[in-house]
Design a protein around this ligand. Structure first.
Ligand SMILES: *Cc1c(COP(=O)(O)O)cnc(C)c1O
Length: 443
């Protein structure tokens, strides 16, 4: 059934190969799982609906603007984070770029915690300055005065991660949010490592949350994605003068974002301008995979956190291990903050340092059989990486030391395997470390 008038001659092969498979219009199929709407665009009902759609933006036109599969993920994460609205994009890096370029303009200034994901750090140091946006970094992110000291009249946002890796240091979100709000600017939190199951930054005063959905949200390591969630509390009276693009009328004189979307002016701008013009749209297939992951988020993250605590405790008892940076350990300097912000588990990503330095790290990694050696995290499988020679290889030795990354430091992302099997594998690593140090003694 093609929807064409049957009284006409049958369509040709080329026409039929395009149209014969189309779903019947108006059919009411109600799939339980949101399907993969793998389509560039959507059929317009009729002439007048097209006019209406293009003037109000209400409805589906083109996947770069809106797609039902992508929207299912947006609704789920907005709800889980306790936000007003979300925007799904193609990767965590895209979420960061869309958010910062959508809020800040040339001549504006950003203040960020210095303990950051390397891709984010590089973007702030190397890329944003080319667009006239400079960043000041705060080393002691839990000291509100340290943020105050570097805020300038042109500072337009504060940025930090709720749990930066590899050290599992915990951010006092409420303290930093108070500083941001005293200046009428938003606090943006990368909540990738905590996930909304363990921590919801908007509940502690953050204004915008971003995620690499490629990590825990998807969980199975099969898809990339990124998401921005906004609390919907943009206050044009208080902050309008700082964000003229949100309160001024557009080129053709239509209502401003604040006039149309009120508190959701920021996220509306990200969707209608940043996603539309910069084009970071995810594939609906990836959105589908992320949606599948989200359905089991709490189960995975709960088990991963329990496993991580078990592994951290075990590593802490081993004589080859110098230190373990996991806020779930009672001896960790961030343990009190962890109990306050992460009472249900401290996440699955942390680092530990071997006494034997680089050679020990090499022997350890090469001996593992269950833990996968790769640059990724938040996967259902346990993963390991040597930051100093891989993800953090653009840092100087001084910068590495400042972030607590030593030649013997390894980062773990713990999965959902049986804890006993993980410990057996890590013990294999330590046996290899002992064998190398024995060789060194004998030679
Ligand atoms: C992985 C990651 C990113 C980047 O996300 P991609 O999906 O890989 O682009 C950003 N922030 C954090 C904390 C991450 O772990």
């Amino acid at each position: 059934m093609t929807g064409h008038d049957e009284s006409y001659e049958r369509d040709g092969f080329a026409t039929r190969q395009l149209h014969s498979g189309s779903a019947r219009r108006g059919s009411s199929v109600n799939p339980r799982v949101t399907p993969i709407y793998m389509t560039a665009g959507f059929v317009l009902d009729d002439f007048d609906q097209a006019t209406e759609l293009f003037s109000t933006g209400d409805g589906y036109s083109y996947t770069r603007v809106c797609n039902p599969t992508n929207e299912a993920v947006e609704r789920a994460v907005a709800d889980l984070e306790g936000g007003a609205e979300a925007l799904l994009v193609g990767s965590g890096q895209a979420a960061l770029a869309v958010t910062l370029l959508g809020l800040l303009a040339s001549g504006d200034h950003l203040v960020s915690a210095s303990s950051l994901y390397e891709g984010t750090r590089g973007f702030l140091i190397d890329n944003l300055p080319r667009y006239g946006i400079d960043t000041a970094f705060v080393d002691d992110a839990n000291d509100p005065l340290a943020w105050e000291r570097v805020i300038q009249p042109n500072t337009r946002a504060l940025f930090a991660e709720s749990i930066p890796n590899p050290k599992n240091d915990i951010l006092d979100i409420a303290a930093v949010a108070s500083v941001a709000h005293a200046h009428g600017i938003p606090l943006i939190i990368d909540n990738t490592l905590a996930t909304p199951y363990l921590l919801r930054p908007l509940e502690h005063g953050a204004d915008i949350v971003i995620h690499s959905a490629s990590k825990f949200l998807a969980g199975h390591g099969a898809a990339l994605g990124g998401i921005v969630v906004d609390n919907g509390r943009f206050d044009s009276e208080r902050s309008g003068a700082l964000f003229p693009h949100l309160v001024e009328r557009g080129r053709l004189g239509g209502p401003s974002f604040a006039e149309r979307a009120g508190g959701s002016a920021r996220i509306s701008y990200l969707r209608e301008v940043m996603a539309l013009r910069f084009g970071p749209t995810p594939s609906p297939l990836n959105a589908f995979l992320i949606a599948q992951g989200i359905e089991t988020l709490s189960l995975r993250v709960e088990k991963q956190s329990q496993n991580a605590l078990g592994v951290a405790r075990w590593l802490d008892d081993q004589s080859e291990v110098q230190s373990v940076d996991y806020s779930g350990l009672e001896t960790n300097p961030f343990h009190e903050l962890a109990l306050r912000y992460l009472p249900d588990g401290q996440g699955a990503v942390f680092s530990f340092t071997l006494k034997g330095g680089l050679n020990a790290a090499r022997a350890f990694v090469n001996a593992l059989q269950t833990v996968t050696h790769m640059t990724h995290l938040g996967d259902v499988r346990s993963l390991i990486l040597h930051p100093a020679t891989t993800s953090h290889n653009l840092r100087t030795d001084d910068e590495l030391e400042a972030s607590g990354i030593w030649p013997g430091t390894l980062r773990l992302s713990i999965g959902i395997e049986d804890l006993a099997d993980l410990i057996r594998d890590l013990d294999r690593g330590l046996a290899a470390v002992r064998a190398t140090s024995d060789e060194a003694v004998m030679s």
